[in-house]
Design a protein around this ligand. Structure first.
Ligand code: IPM
Ligand code: MN
Length: 364
């Protein structure tokens, strides 16, 4: 079997974490006899510099015909203040829309041995195990009308949702809850926003089809507070695009580093897999980024994007082994521990996978 992947390294630390993730993905696929063919394309700031567009036609065409797409990160301060069509982020948003990846799945789980590293008391952090289902192709990010008139001092964004848009993401969130602890927390602002009133109505209808799942509604402000106070009570968080963007960074802080979080963006066609973190321009080129979010996104690519749960589970287990052995990137380095770089961490994970692959080959 051959996997045809499109790889979009992007900006900042994107290329470093992408290299790390692809090294690990190949090491996980080799013992399974899976060939991995990758083609790289520019997106974001890198694409703006090379072609004048943040999402060149050739990049988009390649993504649309791939088995799955892996993306590092986009964002480059050199384009701050530029109009929307010349922003790196516009490339990513255009890609999400064109791929139709409406469901952004972002798991956040306390990592054994790292629970002390975050801002929470260890006993509060320890039980954290949630997944954010973020609607990704609608809401404030894409709503029309939108406008910016700096001279007139007026700007407009719009938060629209349709029944169909809410229903399809809610359905996936409930199915996920059925395989987890059976709780969906739908996050909205229904005390203020009409969109949220519709959101609630549709989510309640979907809930009726899933009687084994308990549904609760929570306002987004109160949810942000509860996530810090009692993170372990949450299971599946279901929410609109911008709320999900904000809450998933909060979840990153709760597990100790945004660098740990992975994501899958799913629709009907090829999925898009990217770490939750951004391009972190100040860290770029120094080999200090934490590649775990990118590596676990590669695992999600195999499992959720290509139907290959076995090499995906092998990657997760190998990351855990390397952490158990005490390797830490700089975001988790404590006194007395010399941190390893992004590339060294990835090579250690790949080495674990290769050693296991060899052991299996010897048995065969
Ligand atoms: C994310 C990022 C993106 C978003 C940016 C880069 C457009 O913050 O994936 O969370 O806001 O969705
Ligand atoms: Mn974000």
């Amino acid at each position: 079997m051959t996997l045809r992947l499109v790889v979009l390294p992007g900006d900042g630390i994107g290329p470093e974490v992408t290299r790390a993730a692809m090294e690990v993905l190949r090491a996980a696929c080799a013992p399974e006899g899976i060939d991995v063919e990758t083609t790289e394309h520019p997106i974001g700031g890198a694409a703006l510099r090379a072609t004048g567009s943040p999402l060149p036609d050739a990049t988009l065409a390649a993504c649309l015909s791939a088995d799955a797409v892996f993306l590092g990160a986009v964002g480059d301060p050199a384009f701050d203040g530029e109009p929307r069509e010349r922003k790196p982020e516009t490339g990513l948003l255009g890609l999400r829309k064109a791929l139709g990846v409406f469901a952004n799945v972002r798991p956040a789980k306390a990592v054994k041995g790292l629970a002390n590293a975050g801002p929470l008391k260890p006993e509060i952090a320890a039980g954290l195990d949630l997944v954010v289902f973020r609607e990704l192709t609608g809401g404030l990010y894409f709503g029309e009308p939108r406008s910016l008139d700096l001279a007139a001092g007026r700007a407009v964004n719009t938060l629209p949702y349709t029944r169909e848009e809410v229903e399809r993401i809610a359905e996936l969130a409930f199915r996920a809850a059925e395989g987890r602890r059976g709780l969906v927390t739908s996050v909205d602002k229904a005390n203020v926003l009409e969109t949220s009133v519709l959101w609630r109505r549709v989510v309640e209808e979907v809930a009726k089809r899933h009687p084994a799942v308990r549904l609760e509604h929570q306002y987004v402000d109160s949810c942000a507070m509860a996530l810090v106070l009692t993170p372990s009570r949450f299971d599946v968080l279901l929410t609109e695009n911008l709320f999900g963007d904000i809450l998933s960074d909060l979840a990153g802080a709760l597990v100790g580093s945004l660098g740990l979080l992975a994501s899958a963006s799913l629709g009907k066609g090829p999925g898009l897999f990217e770490p939750v973190h951004g391009s972190a321009p100040t860290l770029a080129g120094k080999d200090v980024a934490n590649p775990i979010g990118a590596i676990l996104s590669a695992a999600m690519l195999l499992c959720d994007g290509c139907g290959l749960p076995r090499p995906a589970a092998a990657i997760e287990a190998a990351v855990e082994k390397v952490l158990d052995a005490g390797l830490r990137t700089v975001d988790f380095a404590t006194e007395g521990i010399t941190p390893v770089g992004c590339s060294a961490f990835a090579t250690a994970v790949a080495a674990v996978l290769e050693a296991e692959g060899n052991a299996v080959a010897e048995l065969a």
